[in-house]
Write a protein that binds this ligand. Structure first.
Ligand SMILES: [Mg+2]
Length: 327
């Protein structure tokens, strides 16, 4: 099979292939982070229709069968994670509620760690507020209560207006921590571009206050850390899979794990060979079917079907049954 565009699989890792369709870069992978829009599905958002992209359903089935931990990480903050999960299931992708992570989930973890007891002024709907509330964080969206806020979290706020913008600025001026869910100026939308509303609002607040927002979404170190914590893996054991070189490739390279670009979304026609090294993926593939084929070939366990061997045992043992070969 072809590994992808350009040099394809293992291009940055000489000797990346060992045998037909096999890729050594995938052997050390112990968990997978999957982007949603442009990677698993194409559409506005999971809960607003769209359709699964090639290989998405089969890859998720394979990951579950192999007991390989995975998370679907969207930078969207319009809905709580379980609503995204439900939307994915409605499109035929079997994703459990706790397999979806969004930036407000990362923010909740950070707030509890860094500013315990702080109240949060949230710019956004329930996708921003619910993950915080669920973790016992006091949240308000009421602009009149900005003085209580120890943290301002900017997300996808369709109701943004003068009062909300002013409240966020006043809280930041008064010393509140300033967080944003996404720094992306645009995102993939039905083959075109959608505007990155969270980034736009945060840029307005930053312009007024002179303070830069701290990013909690992809590709930030905070997002990487939280995903690895939930998945129970070190960053170098994580494969980050997505359609956006600026997001998933950057994040995968940041963690020194494996970065996998699929050409089904925003970076479909982007020439990365001439770009900076940190945006060049380890694997550059047309779509998820190619990733699944590589995983199947790389993870061809001699122990497959051995009576009594649990999938988690197979996972601990690693691909090809070489016990601890890469520890
Ligand atoms: Mg994407």
């Amino acid at each position: 099979m072809t590994a992808g565009r350009g040099d394809g699989a293992g291009a940055r890792r000489p000797g990346g292939s060992e045998g037909p369709g096999r890729n050594s870069a995938l052997i050390g992978v112990r968990a997978v982070l999957l982007d949603v829009d442009g990677t698993l599905i194409r559409g506005d958002a999971p809960a607003e229709g769209g359709h699964p992209l090639p290989g998405a359903a089969a890859l998720l089935r394979w990951l579950r069968r192999r007991d390989l931990p995975y998370l679907c990480f969207t930078n969207g903050s319009t809905r709580p994670p379980e609503v995204y999960a439900r939307g994915l299931r409605e499109l035929g992708l079997e994703v459990e509620d706790d397999r979806v992570m969004t930036p407000p989930v990362v923010a909740a973890s950070l707030i509890r760690r860094r500013w315990p007891g702080a109240a949060v002024l949230a710019l956004g709907g329930e996708g921003v507020t619910e993950p915080l509330r669920r973790r016992g964080i006091a949240v308000t969206t009421d602009p009149q209560r900005w003085e209580e806020a120890g943290v301002v979290l900017v997300g996808w706020d369709r109701e943004i207006d003068y009062r909300r913008l002013e409240a966020a600025c006043r809280a930041v001026w008064a010393g509140a921590a300033f967080l944003v869910t996404s720094a992306a100026p645009e995102f993939y939308l039905r083959g075109g571009r959608g505007i990155g509303l969270s980034a736009a609002i945060a840029a307005a607040v930053a312009r007024v206050t002179g303070r830069r927002a701290r990013l909690v979404g992809k590709p930030s170190p905070l997002a990487l850390r939280e995903a690895c914590r939930v998945l129970g893996v070190a960053p170098e054991r994580l494969a980050v899979v997505g359609d956006d070189a600026d997001m998933e490739v950057r994040m995968g390279r940041r963690g020194a794990g494996l970065s996998v670009l699929v050409r089904t979304g925003i970076s479909a026609d982007r020439d990365l060979e001439r770009g900076p090294a940190h945006l060049r993926p380890d694997l550059d593939l047309p779509d998820l079917t190619h990733l699944l084929a590589l995983l199947e070939a790389s993870w061809a366990l001699p122990g497959d079907g051995v009576p009594g061997e649990s999938p988690s045992r197979a996972r601990d043992r690693g691909p090809r049954g070489r016990l601890g070969h890469n520890e």
